[in-house]
Design a protein around this ligand. Structure first.
Ligand SMILES: Cc1ncc(COP(=O)(O)O)c(C=O)c1O
Length: 344
């Protein structure tokens, strides 16, 4: 099977498995797992923040960040295409009592500054208190697109002017940094908290890291425990995360190049349209045209029979994600199989 559904399907590398087998471990709830402690320090250092916290998943990382920044009844502003709004089971509302206030995401993953300013509540006895603005980089539903530092700085400035916090869902922040050719710190400068994932393009089997100030992480650690996310000898998992950070970041460029190669090949196939501005990083979004009467689900089933797995996107669309389990040969094979299916 050639699996382009997501970069979450990546298998741990041999180096990761080796590091996992040999990891020094201890009880992390007591702060005694040296491998986790090292991963947290390394992550904070990479992000230019004071401290880090190892978390089982990106979803839990975002949830803990929201619960740490906001009290019940307070409001968080985010784009209407945000992963946290769409795909995190409403956790911030269900578990944190936090109101989600969405504003339109633009096609490039940004939010209009005027929309953001208008969404911030003024002091009024009737209104919830606005506490947080959340951004996402790269932006998944907008097409794996990259937020530029200039936009992020504008949002940071608004948050500072209004006494708000900014959280970055940086599940794929390293893809953004590689795409822009910038140190990752430049993308989280002034941002109060960031979650990034080890288990996507970086290939680790499990885990994300939440970074912020010492005080923020101290409070976040308590909330992780409250949610049942305190882990014990999880250095076995953190060991793979360390290998991910040390060996898998620079090679993300290869995934981006393969996404471009794939898009170029798919452009030549009847009834398929690669979306404008796609790809930017490791995600290719395409649509079926109206001349083809099949649904996207039917096409996905036909591809599956031929050994290719891909994901759906809105309307009659598809999402194809490159990662280190995908070779140049796989890209050629996928385009040939698509050609066969679409010519039927
Ligand atoms: C942008 C973004 N944020 C958060 C997550 C959640 O990560 P996890 O699957 O580790 O919970 C994902 C997962 O795909 C994502 O794409």
């Amino acid at each position: 099977m050639i699996d382009l559904r997501s970069d979450t399907v990546t298998q741990p590398t041999d180096e990761m498995r080796h590091a996992m087998a040999l990891a020094d471990v201890g009880d992390d709830v007591y702060g005694e797992d040296p491998t986790i402690n090292y991963l947290e320090e390394l992550s904070a250092d990479r992000m230019g923040k004071e401290a880090g916290l190892f978390i089982p998943s990106g979803t839990m990382g975002n949830l803990i960040a929201f619960l740490t920044h906001c009290q019940r009844g307070e409001e968080a502003i985010m784009g209407d295409q945000a992963h946290t709004f769409y795909y995190e089971v409403g956790g911030v509302s269900a578990l944190g009592g936090i109101m989600v206030h969405t504003v339109p995401n633009q096609a490039d993953g940004t939010i209009r500054i005027s929309d953001l300013k208008n969404a911030i509540r003024m002091e009024d006895v009737h209104f919830p208190t606005t506490r947080l603005i959340a951004l996402e980089n790269t932006h998944n539903r907008c097409g794996g697109v990259v937020l530029e530092p200039e936009f992020i700085q504008q949002v940071v400035k608004i948050s500072q002017d209004n006494d708000l916090f900014v959280h970055m869902d940086g599940a794929r922040i390293f893809n953004a940094a590689i795409k822009l050719g910038l140190p990752v710190q430049n993308l989280v400068d002034g941002v109060d908290s960031i979650t990034f994932c080890l288990s996507k393009g970086l290939g680790a089997p499990v885990g994300s890291v939440l970074c912020g100030t010492q005080d923020f992480i101290h409070r976040a650690r308590r909330i992780r425990k409250q949610l049942g996310g305190g882990m014990r000898q999880a250095g076995i998992l953190a060991a793979a995360g360390i290998v991910a950070l040390e060996t898998m970041v620079d090679r993300l460029e290869e995934d981006h190049q393969r996404a471009f190669l794939l898009a170029d090949k798919l452009r030549d196939i009847p009834h398929l349209h690669v979306r404008e501005n796609s790809p930017q990083t490791n995600m290719v979004f395409i649509d079926l045209d109206d001349c083809d009467t099949r649904t996207n689900i039917q096409v996905i089933e036909e591809l599956k029979i031929m050994g290719v797995l891909i994901g759906t996107s809105k309307n009659r669309g598809f999402r194809l994600v490159t990662h280190y389990g995908i070779s140049d040969d796989d890209i050629v094979k996928v385009s040939e199989i698509f050609m066969k299916i679409m010519s039927n």
